[in-house]
Design a protein around this ligand. Structure first.
Ligand code: PEP
Ligand code: MG
Length: 323
């Protein structure tokens, strides 16, 4: 088993019928970077920055953040790294700021909305991103987007923060991306595309907010949500609109790590998958034994299905492995 993983590790990610795709890593801890490198991630599709903020009392300083973010550049010096702006939510909140772990933080007061009220947190973070980048490409991923204004406002705050730094930092190396995690963002992809260079679909939250299923409530947990026809139609719509604007689409939710779903995401036209680093070898191995073309040919049929059962049966039926 282990030697087999090693064999796939050094191959590009591709399906048995030769379709190549980018397989990136989701990072939350420094140790994730080691695993991601070891497993030959193509880069970091989602760098979750919340951890150093939520494990302590008080905010990490700019210098501390620079040291943390620089480790990502050490691990992936020339590969793309998408640093996500601090995405506080009910499942990841600042103990020191008195927000508490209010459940309502899933529904409204979270993420960039908090940062609009506490702009110094955003300022410090983006200064740290830019210092860690040292002029190298800096991909900034904006979470929980619900409007074009969100993106414009964040970009303005980032530019202001970098101008304020001493010495001032350049915005010339920055590439912006928007996370698609809400129905509003799905509707507005073509408009948001004028403000960003890439999209990343956060299916964990897209499912939570579309199907009204609290992601932390075990009573509502079901793998069937990932087969909901509304979710697949949304994903396809995002891909079509993004590609029309020549912008790429990554999927960075947990869905991307399951072989049958990953194959279907590629069939929908998704350009890249970003998964927890430990999932890279088994996912690569599974997809290397699956054919994409038959599923691609069925894309419109799949999108016309109306129930989770039908989607599940169809995707499972099309993802059998051949060796
Ligand atoms: C998501 O929502 O799918 C996502 C990737 O972000 P997070 O799980 O950190 O909210
Ligand atoms: Mg999310």
């Amino acid at each position: 088993e282990r030697t087999e993983f090693v064999r796939y590790r050094d191959e590009p990610a591709r399906t048995i019928d030769g379709v190549e795709f980018d397989l990136l890593a989701n990072i939350a801890l420094g140790t994730d970077l080691d695993v991601a490198r070891e497993n030959r991630a193509y880069g970091v599709g989602l760098y979750r920055t919340e951890f150093p903020f939520i494990v302590r009392d008080g905010l990490p300083t700019v210098d501390e953040q620079v040291r943390i973010y620089a480790k990502a550049y050490d691990a992936f010096p020339t590969e793309p790294i998408a640093f996500r702006i601090l995405d506080l939510a009910a499942d990841k909140f600042l103990p020191s700021m008195g927000f508490g772990a209010s459940r309502s933080a899933f529904h409204g007061y979270r993420s960039i909305r908090v940062l609009f009220d506490y702009p110094h947190i955003l300022r410090d973070q983006v200064q740290a991103f830019a210092m860690a980048a040292r002029g190298r490409p800096l991909r900034i991923l904006i979470p929980m987007v619900t409007s074009v204004d969100d993106v414009v406002r964040i970009k303005r705050l980032v530019a202001g923060a970098l101008a304020q730094a001493t010495p001032s930092l350049s915005t010339g190396n920055i590439v912006y991306g928007a996370m698609i995690e809400t129905a509003a963002a799905v509707e507005l992809v073509a408009d948001v595309a004028r403000e960003v260079e890439f999209f990343s679909i956060g299916t964990n939250d897209l499912i939570q907010y579309t199907l009204v299923v609290d992601r932390d409530d075990p009573r509502l947990a079901s793998e069937r949500h990932s087969y909901h026809p509304a979710i697949w139609r949304m994903i396809r719509r995002v891909v079509v609109e993004a590609h029309r604007s020549e912008k790429s689409v990554t999927v960075c939710g947990e869905m991307a790590a399951k072989p049958d779903l990953a194959l279907a995401l590629l069939a929908m036209g998704v350009d890249a998958l970003s998964v927890t680093p430990r999932a890279i070898p088994p996912l690569k191995r599974a997809l290397a034994r699956m054919a994409l073309e038959p599923l691609r040919a069925m894309r419109d049929e799949i999108l016309a299905l109306a129930t989770e059962d039908e989607v599940l049966a169809t995707l499972r039926g099309c993802s059998s492995e051949t060796s």
